[in-house]
Design a protein around this ligand. Sequence first.
Ligand SMILES: Cc1cc2nc3c(=O)[nH]c(=O)nc-3n(C[C@H](O)[C@H](O)[C@H](O)COP(=O)(O)O)c2cc1C
Length: 227
Amino acid sequence: MSTTPTRQTDGSPVLSAPEAITNRRATRHFDPDQPLPDDTLRRILHLATLAPSGYNLQPWRFLVVRTAANREKLRQCAYGQPKIGQAPVVVIVLGYHNPHRTHLGPMVAEQVRRDAITPEIGKGMTAMATRAMENVPDPQVWATRSTMLAAATLMIAAESLGVSSAPMEGFETEKVKQAFGVPDDHSVCCLIALGFAASSQTFPGRFGLDDVCYQEHFGQPWTLGDV
Ligand SMILES: Cc1cc2nc3c(=O)[nH]c(=O)nc-3n(C[C@H](O)[C@H](O)[C@H](O)COP(=O)(O)O)c2cc1C
């Protein structure tokens, strides 16, 4: 069997999911002179949209900021983080609180069109999702759950295509919303800078499975050991 890695159209290798997950670093410094090709950006965003979401309502919205002027505006909302000025692309990752009010119908119709569900199941799904979503205790929390899965998918997708990323929570929400016209029913979940790292970074380490896994009951020690 061939061991030649899959390649992108520009010839660069595509990493497997375990390789991309292992290699990804929160990039500290981006090369400001290396642009991110449109095709690669489009692929990364498309792969991010394949993340799972509650009721498949896909609450993520990606506000893509590319011009130097707008990245500078965003940097001013993010405690002056230099990487926002260096990276060719910064994505403002938004979570939409009420996608069921605007997108439930089209989402169900698409599933029926694909024969993923029957029209009858679609009707039931519509009724159930509407009822559940109108009674969600905290729509912001609901939207953030799925949106952060898309954010993680986006970073792993980027890494797999040879693109570095940097997630950020260091920003002032109200400033970002005002500067970029984000409506009240959308949360700013994080910012993600995308581009090419200016230097390599050392893996900062993680806790072991013994520290983060329990077995069968909260607090009960994990016995399978580490990798
Ligand atoms: C939700 C989230 C928010 C973060 N916010 C920032 C940030 O504002 N600025 C920053 O320099 N790094 C930020 N980081 C990067 C973390 O510091 C980094 O992921 C962590 O130190 C582990 O490093 P690694 O991702 O390279 O393994 C953030 C990471 C996450 C997941």
